[in-house]
Ligand binder design. Structure first.
Ligand SMILES: Nc1ncnc2c1ncn2[C@@H]1O[C@H](COP(=O)(O)OP(=O)(O)OP(=O)(O)O)[C@@H](O)[C@H]1O
Ligand SMILES: [Mg+2]
Length: 245
């Protein structure tokens, strides 16, 4: 999947009442003249191009991502993705302040973790999050239509999230539901199968508007020792014994 160019159709932006704060729903028109519903995110170039590069990378590595767009606006380029029309996992299971009165939050969290751990693509997504240093894979950043999952929001990857705790949330969720062992093996095996040449190819796709050489280097370096990085995200046998009397 390549990134496409588009523009916002004037007057179509809405702050939908669905918990989206930074992002806006709107209609965009692609350079090919196609109109479609999209989620638009205006931000600094580091954020906009991190989103674009990561969408291309995830797609090339085999995950489903909504079609990414670079949007020409006066004086800046923004990021948009095709609105897939289904909710994120937080909404799907009823997690968040707006559900507190009606939904048991710890049961909802356990359900969401169980769902994430059951997706066939989660070990690959965990390995990729480790490669791109994505610390923000919260349950609002996984979309699920009841059958297939789509991965969004890489704004805080590639060094943009250094202010956040250095965690891999997918590894934490899989561990939470007792799947650490199989998740570790699956993530390591996905890592060994990841084609490294896509990193340069993805950077090349945005090269006319953003020099992503430093991100290319960061990802390549992390890929070198990704096995160790992934292993360290899961409890060690010693950790498991630590609580025993
Ligand atoms: N392509 C898409 N299709 C459908 N829904 C989307 C798409 N992109 C984003 N959303 C919805 O918008 C929400 C916010 O988008 P995103 O996570 O990318 O931005 P954010 O920076 O976390 O914004 P916010 O602070 O508004 O949550 C997502 O949790 C999801 O519900
Ligand atoms: Mg988000």
């Amino acid at each position: 999947m390549a990134v496409e160019w588009a523009r916002v159709v004037e007057g179509t932006e809405t702050r939908a009442d669905d918990g989206i704060y930074g992002a806006l729903r709107c209609v965009i028109e692609t350079d090919d003249g196609v109109l479609l519903a999209a989620v638009l995110k205006r931000d600094s170039p580091e954020i906009v191009f991190a989103e674009a590069l990561c969408s291309i990378l995830l797609s090339k590595w085999g995950l489903t991502v909504p079609q990414p767009f670079l949007v020409r606006e006066s004086g800046q380029i923004s990021f948009a993705s095709a609105d897939v029309g289904y909710p994120n996992l937080k909404k799907r299971v009823g997690l968040g302040p707006e559900f507190e009165q009606t939904v048991d939050q710890s049961a909802a969290l356990h359900l969401a973790a169980t769902l994430v751990a059951s997706f066939p693509t989660t070990p690959l997504a965990a390995a990729i999050d480790e490669a791109i240093d994505n610390r923000d894979r919260n349950l609002g950043n996984v979309l699920w239509d009841g059958r297939e999952e789509a991965w969004i929001d890489h704004a805080l990857a590639l060094g943009n999230g250094l202010h956040m705790p250095d965690t891999n949330k997918l590894c934490m969720l899989m561990t939470m539901v007792g799947k650490a062992g199989e998740a570790l093996h699956a993530a390591i095996s996905r890592w060994t199968a990841m084609n490294r040449s896509v990193v340069a190819a993805a950077a090349g796709e945005i090269a006319t508007v953003y020099d992503a050489t430093h991100w290319q280097q960061l990802i390549t370096e992390r890929l070198d020792d990704l096995g160790t990085r992934i292993t360290n995200r899961f409890p060690k046998p010693n950790d498991l014994l630590a609580d025993l009397p």
